[in-house]
Design a protein around this ligand. Structure first.
Ligand code: NAD
Length: 236
């Protein structure tokens, strides 16, 4: 258990598979983790669980104002909330496409903006880790998902450079297939084909992704910014 003076970290999508593992890893490295999710079940391992839809900029603004008032100034932000519909290109409609981008890119954009504004006005350093995907590097059978994760990677490069002068680092992890409820949405045959192509011969675990996130959130990676760490078993 961490005390009230421990550094504060915000993790979005905290009720999901990777989110829970990130909460556990950051708690183990001495953070108070505020887990944010649309799912009110939250994450029992978090210091506190907050309910918000981070794809809605007004909710993001309220969320960060409330955090500041109640808990203090977060110095770590993990933009992990994401959605995957496993939908074919020809079946996409504009509303679903926009929803994918609002969650997978828009949430990271506006959460980072609220997080950075508070740090800059306090003159404090901080670090952001975006959970992107190998789909943003080599594409996905769900084209909207792949495009949104590619945008998440470009956002990481852009913000890493833009915020460097304020001592705010921005990096991403790009996981391959990880055993979580999201991965269970991929049809079984496609999962088997995918596994056969992975050099280490298996899917990743949420803890393996979380370990990379924790390193990027830690001062041990102080000279690393605007970059992407691959966590994919050698696939890319
Ligand atoms: P998951 O479905 O287990 O968890 C995602 C969490 O995000 C859920 O708890 C969900 O409620 C939350 N969420 C979704 N939309 C939200 C919103 N608008 N506001 C707040 N919370 C919201 O999935 P996961 O596998 O743990 O995925 C976590 C991240 O990792 C995602 O960004 C995903 O794209 C990425 N990723 C996953 C894999 C994989 O194979 N599982 C691979 C590469 C990248």
């Amino acid at each position: 258990m961490t005390d009230g003076s421990a550094p504060l970290a915000v993790v979005t999508g905290a009720a999901g598979g990777i989110g829970r593992a990130v909460t556990a890893a950051l708690t183990a490295s001495g953070h108070r983790v505020l887990g944010v999710d649309v799912d009110p079940a939250g994450d029992p391992e978090a210091y506190a669980s907050l309910v918000a839809d981070v794809a809605v900029p007004e909710q993001v603004e309220q969320l960060f104002a409330g955090i500041r008032e109640r808990y203090g100034l977060p110095t770590v932000l993990v933009n992990n909330a994401g959605i995957y519909h496993a939908r074919a290109f020809l079946d996409y409609d504009p509303k679903t496409y926009a929803q994918v981008f609002d969650v997978n890119v828009g949430a990271a954009f506006f959460c980072t903006q609220a997080f950075a504004r508070a740090l800059i006005s306090a003159g404090r350093p901080g670090t952001v880790v975006n959970v992107a995907s190998i789909s943003g590097q080599s594409g996905s059978p769900d084209a909207a998902y792949g495009a949104s994760k590619g945008a998440c990677i470009a956002l990481t490069h852009s913000l890493g450079r833009a915020l460097a002068e304020h001592r705010i680092r921005v990096n991403a992890v790009a996981p391959g297939l990880v055993d979580t409820p999201m991965a269970a949405r991929i049809p079984a045959r496609r999962r088997d084909d995918y596994r056969a192509r992975i050099p280490v011969g298996r899917f990743g675990t949420p803890a393996e992704v979380a370990a990379a996130v924790a390193w990027l959130a830690d001062p041990a990676s102080s000279y690393v910014t605007a970059t992407v760490v691959d966590v994919n078993g050698g696939l890319h």
